[in-house]
Design a protein around this ligand. Structure first.
Ligand code: SIN
Ligand code: MN
Length: 266
């Protein structure tokens, strides 16, 4: 799949791009069911909120077939290769739960802040690309983005190790206020199957989810191979050290898997 020049221009100007309905309901159903099964497992790659609800399942592309296919899907790999002009490897892969009633906040931050400080990534030449597994509403913990904030470069950040169960380099209120005065806030919402791309320096965060509607989103962080990390400090399942270029699978790979799973259940 290829982006239009208009879409590429929008991404460079705003720092984000939303592609509704990139995956069909049948493709997303497989992924959602697999994600729910993964959250029931007990394994080190699954981090929980302080209240015990699942927060993040890391690296599912390494132990689950549906997410392996998603991690090499041409509809995700193609657009990012087009923007960076080179092959990609998977720097990070996570399924973020934001569980109904209990999903916790993500403080305001830039992802490159963490990739640089914790992983030794040379430049913000890595893309976050997220796939909605549930409907994202304005009220169930939608990701909030500050448009154009990618132009600020790597901002000063503090290491927040206490607010949530997941340590994060976060921005102070003054900085966020200044950037929001310039760029406002957008919160892309929509049906399962929508895909959101955003720049590694784009300021973003999300509120807690106190609604009955879970908000699962898969985040792939695709890094340009030449920009591979130099000084990893985090476990390999959080910041991968396999820099092998991703070869895309067939476009209908998830549909085929859905068909196989249906047949096996009959
Ligand atoms: C993130 O910023 O990495 C995740 C935010 C979210 O899932 O709301
Ligand atoms: Mn983030």
């Amino acid at each position: 799949m290829k982006l239009t020049q208009d879409q590429i221009d929008t991404f460079h100007r705003e720092g984000w791009l939303f592609l509704p309905d990139l995956f069909s309901p049948e493709e997303v159903d497989v992924l959602r069911q697999e994600a729910e099964g993964i959250y029931r497992e007990q394994r080190p790659e699954i981090w929980r909120e302080k209240n015990g609800a699942p927060r993040i399942a890391f690296a599912a592309h390494t132990y689950n077939e549906a997410f392996r296919l998603l991690g090499s899907h041409p509809r995700l790999i193609g657009p990012v290769e087009q923007i960076f002009g080179e092959k990609l490897y998977m720097h990070q892969f996570k399924i973020n739960a934001k569980a109904a009633f209990t999903g916790d906040v993500w403080q305001w931050h830039q992802d490159y802040g963490t990739w640089k400080r914790d992983d030794g990534m040379p430049a913000p030449k890595a893309m976050n690309i997220s796939v909605f597994l549930d409907e994202v509403y304005p009220f169930n913990g939608a990701l909030m983005l500050v448009p154009k904030s990618q132009n600020e470069g790597d901002l000063d950040a503090g290491h927040d190790t206490s607010t949530t169960s997941y340590p994060l380099w976060t921005l102070d209120e003054e900085t966020v206020t200044r950037l929001v005065k310039q760029g406002g806030i957008v919160a892309p919402t929509g049906k399962p199957g929508g895909v959101l791309l955003f720049h590694g320096n784009l300021v973003h965060g999300s509120a807690g989810n106190i609604t009955p509607f879970p908000r699962k989103i898969v985040y792939l962080t695709l890094n340009a191979v030449s920009n591979h990390i130099r000084k990893p400090t985090r476990p390999d399942y959080i910041a991968h050290q396999d820099f092998t270029p991703i070869e895309p699978v067939a476009d209908d790979a998830l549909l085929r898997l859905a068909g196989q799973q249906r047949q096996a259940a009959e």
